[in-house]
Design a protein around this ligand. Sequence first.
Ligand code: AP5
Length: 245
Amino acid sequence: MPDLPGTEGLDAPVRNDAAIELVPELNLILVGPPGAGKGTQAEKLTEDFGLPYYATGNILRDAVAEGTPLGKKAKEYMDNGDLVPDDVIIGVILEALESDEAANGFLLDGFPRTVPQADALEGALENVGRKISGVLLVDVPDDEVVKRLSGRRVSKSGRVYHVDFDPPKQEGRCDIDGSDLIQRDDDKPETIRKRLAVYHDQTEPLVQYYEDRDLLRRFDGTRSPTDVHDHIRATVATLRLEDEL
Ligand code: AP5
């Protein structure tokens, strides 16, 4: 393209594509009882919205498997179905959210799980001028949780299956990497009941916490994984649009 009169010899103006295509960051939290399908939905949502995904359960299980100091601190709590102490997990997540990868949004699963964790997250985001876009509550009743977790099987990479509701093509083997599927240590019946009690006692207060901030969106987790996903995806797309206006 020829230079405009009077601009000969000047550098061509730089087109700022980033500014033109700027979309508001999506800072999302998945919350819900154990076995509600948070991990199942997260796998789809990270693809839909290209968000980095931080699941505290996965981070802690990896740390236990690798025998890191974090894993050593967390193991006993996790095996008993208790929460690891707030001061053990808060720093891990806040550090992850400071990374470049999370600069344009994130999907949190399993954090926050207590009011002090929620306060810490809110404060840390406020300090850098960021805020939570939405809190997605996937809800299922306790008896459904027990059915789901007793039949859950996971691959080495964390892909989740269910022996009845979402079986792999070949029994006991991951469809993606062919690894053996295993049952999580905390999916034993007595630990499942403990985790449910801990959820109702320590995590459920977050429902009101985020209602009060007008951030909570509820989803019926008893529907099929595809239905739940369609509903969440539409809601998140709307959240993004509302933020753009
Ligand atoms: P974590 O790993 O976070 O466990 P959780 O919250 O108990 O959740 P789950 O992973 O069990 O379930 P999910 O909702 O992801 O369900 P999924 O998609 O797998 O935490 C483990 C432990 O780590 C805690 O107990 C604690 O000790 C510690 N911890 C973690 N975060 C912490 C924190 N912030 N603070 C302190 N401690 C922390 O689905 C379950 C099953 O159902 C699968 O088999 C799936 O195939 C099936 N399924 C899914 N959706 C459907 C559907 N719609 N219909 C039928 N079946 C379905």
